[in-house]
Design a protein around this ligand. Sequence first.
Ligand SMILES: *Cc1c(COP(=O)(O)O)cnc(C)c1O
Length: 393
Amino acid sequence: MKSFLVDQNGYYGEFGGAYVPEILHKCVEDLKNTYLDVLESAEFKKEFDQLLRDYVGRPSPLYPARRLSDKYGCKLYLKREDLNHTGAHKINNTIGQILLARHMGKKRIIAETGAGQHGVATATVCALMNMECIVYMGKTDVERQHINVEKMKMLGATVIPVTSGNMTLKDATNEAIRDWCCHPSDTYYIIGSTVGPHPYPDMVARLQSVISEEIKKQLQEKEGRDYPDYLIACVGGGSNAAGTIYHFINDERINIVLAEAGGKGIETGMTAATIQLGKMGIIHGSRTYVIQDEDGQIEEPYSISAGLDYPGIGPIHANLAAQKRATVLAVNDDEAIEAAYELTKLEGIIPALESAHALGALKKLKFKPEDVVVLTVSGRGDKDVETYLAFND
Ligand SMILES: *Cc1c(COP(=O)(O)O)cnc(C)c1O
């Protein structure tokens, strides 16, 4: 049977792999040779599960959204990652990776962040585990995402504003990789999505797979069957989507729908719709679709949602799209905003702008009344209220 999970060499079809500078080769090899043994050990599982339960607040509810179901003519459930500690799914991953870092005897944690959500989730677990934390963040983002910078500082992290390039996420990532090259022996790099060199995409997907594990159990209780007809999630790098689909990925009864950020429209040039517009390239150590110009230079993506504003895409999702296992829809800024207002008015839930892109996909799909649809609300909208209000002025 065809598998959409990672192969022996760290590839998903022709996507993935580990393209890293020589100096990091050993770090990545060490990680590759360690992560599975640790993640599958009883000791790790016990501590990870306990923290997910008592610290993060899992399991997150699978909420039957009645009014939204009526509107779209299906049985719609929302997987509520917005209710997690720190407000999104990112904490599932950072908890797992900090436990792994500790196991590997690393003392210093580095991370990159765009909007600051992954930075906050990393600073949070570093406070929890009493580890040094350095977060690289583009200077433009430091200015745009002031509150998250203050939170990281309060949590004890050092935030380093990056002034190279466009001073955004891709530049922050380059700087984090540079740091890792300088401190390969004592430093652990916590990557925030299913991107980067193998084994990161697989590791992050496994750590987020608690989402689909819970969906299975919760659907069994609520629907008497352990799979939905549709799974819908937004994709930036792809971690909440990977977690949502992980245990269903090889089961072709289930339709997978991925929503990427269309920005102002995929034909406008102001977009982050990597799967629709990207060409094969290498970004941050992985072979995948990249938004690039004719010379292969990475182009600055655009989306109203900082968390989806990434010029690459995880190799898992690039492969799902290439194999036509997933339907990929570009949801534009205005469609996402409208969907966020709709969820707020119909269900009393203000979603993160990223999650609003998943909600925006509902209008583009045709359901049967008996279809069971699970949509992941990856985060809460507190950080986006100003953007929502500004857009409707
Ligand atoms: C970071 C973020 C995303 C995008 O990241 P993925 O790795 O694609 O999940 C989506 N939603 C929220 C709330 C985020 O913070």
